[in-house]
Write a protein that binds this ligand. Sequence first.
Ligand SMILES: [Zn+2]
Length: 185
Amino acid sequence: MVDFLERIPKPSKLGINQGLTTPTASFLLQELGNPREDYTGECQNPTNPAFKKLVATRDVGPFRATGLIPALESLKAVLADVRNELPELHDSLSSEGMLCCRFRKINGKAVAPPSSHSWGTAIDLKISNVLDRQGDNMTLRGLALLAKFFNAHGWIWGVSFPTEDAMHFEVSREKLKQFRDAGLL
Ligand SMILES: [Zn+2]
């Protein structure tokens, strides 16, 4: 049986996130508006009424999550694919947070600009309640197995960020444009 919690070196950039671009905070701001006026290192709720209309709480399969509505629908589709191929991995998943208006956190320190979590387009995942350690250039094997499912649906895996963030998956710029073109935003 595969040990989803085994810690393995992060994969080469060549095999992952092909054709997908990480949206900048300014792109998200332009596409989705500003969720709130001010940010700190801690999670806060959105306060902008226009933005709040774009978010909801939904059952996405193994857990409930709060995020941008089309991102939640897409996440549900990703996790349905995981369930079909790797049901044990699917059942071991839980969320460490999706919508969370805050600055980025790098090794525990808050760094501007706001994180994609502020718009509810990113999710941090745990496997059997275990969180990957950010920035050590290693990943839990289960997260590496999830990458192809997320990539297939236009989500970026944060393992290739300048500071490795293997628990983190987020909607790409290309996928956000699809949401926009489909009239979902
Ligand atoms: Zn994250």
